[in-house]
Design a protein around this ligand. Sequence first.
Ligand SMILES: [Zn+2]
Length: 324
Amino acid sequence: MQKVFLIFVITLFVVGCGNDHPEHREAALELEEAVHIPDFDREQAFEYLLAQTEFGPRNPGSDGHQQCLQFLTFELQQFADAVNQQSFRHTGYEGRSYQMTNIIASFNSEATNRILLGAHWDTRPRAEHDPDPEKRDQPILGANDGASGVAVLLELARMFSKNPPPIGVDIILFDGEDYGREGDLDQYLLGAKHFARNKPAGYRPRFGIIIDMVGDKEARFPREANSMQYAPWVVDLIWNTARSLDILHFEDRRGPSIYDDHIPLNESGIPTALIIDAELVGADAADERRRYWHTTMDTPEQCSPESLGAVGDVLTELIYRQPS
Ligand SMILES: [Zn+2]
């Protein structure tokens, strides 16, 4: 099914003249402006979530990280005008050196009117909130915290290749978001910080949207507080679009402040909002099933195609309604 919305520009004129006159109908049809909104395939998005988790944990330095980098790059190369890897070295705990890579896929590369969509593709190297103390040093699978945001963006990329968006879009998969020990903010958001420091001169997307932890079966997204501070109009754009589609996962209330990849982007001058299931952060959600953040229980069973679809539908609607 495809959604087509018609805007009747001269409805009043036609009504005023009697609307069954054939000439008038013809004139009206010529002036109709059709906005074609493609369908977001939530099942395919879920397949992309599973494909990432099949590599196992994807924390920097792991085999899964290396393999997933190749997979994501290969997939995006099929869909985008250009895919660039932005690699850098990072010195982490115990002096360990890591190769980290942001993957940047551009669509409609010539357009100067652009937006940025981002998610982190790395997963956390330690499950410090696991109820089992034995497992707290293990890396997590990151089905929701990592794979879910990337899954939505890969499916959008596939959509863009078939239905070119009216504006330029840059999808950036950030590395090293979740490396730091709790509270050690300097060791978080490593890829987004590197991108913000090294972005090309003159790169000024109109706005950015970061998505993180968007896959839980009962996902809900309050308006994230830092986004409301830095980019209130982007928050309005997202949540108003969700309301127009009756997508109830997006809640019209102020949520907590979350430190995520949108912070360095905002600080570098790109107004960027974060969509995140904020209640999960801290692993103390009201529903016991949802207390799996930064544990080994962050697995595909916690997630659903419907939640990926809710976010995918909102982003699709918002993007294809942008003035070119
Ligand atoms: Zn995390």
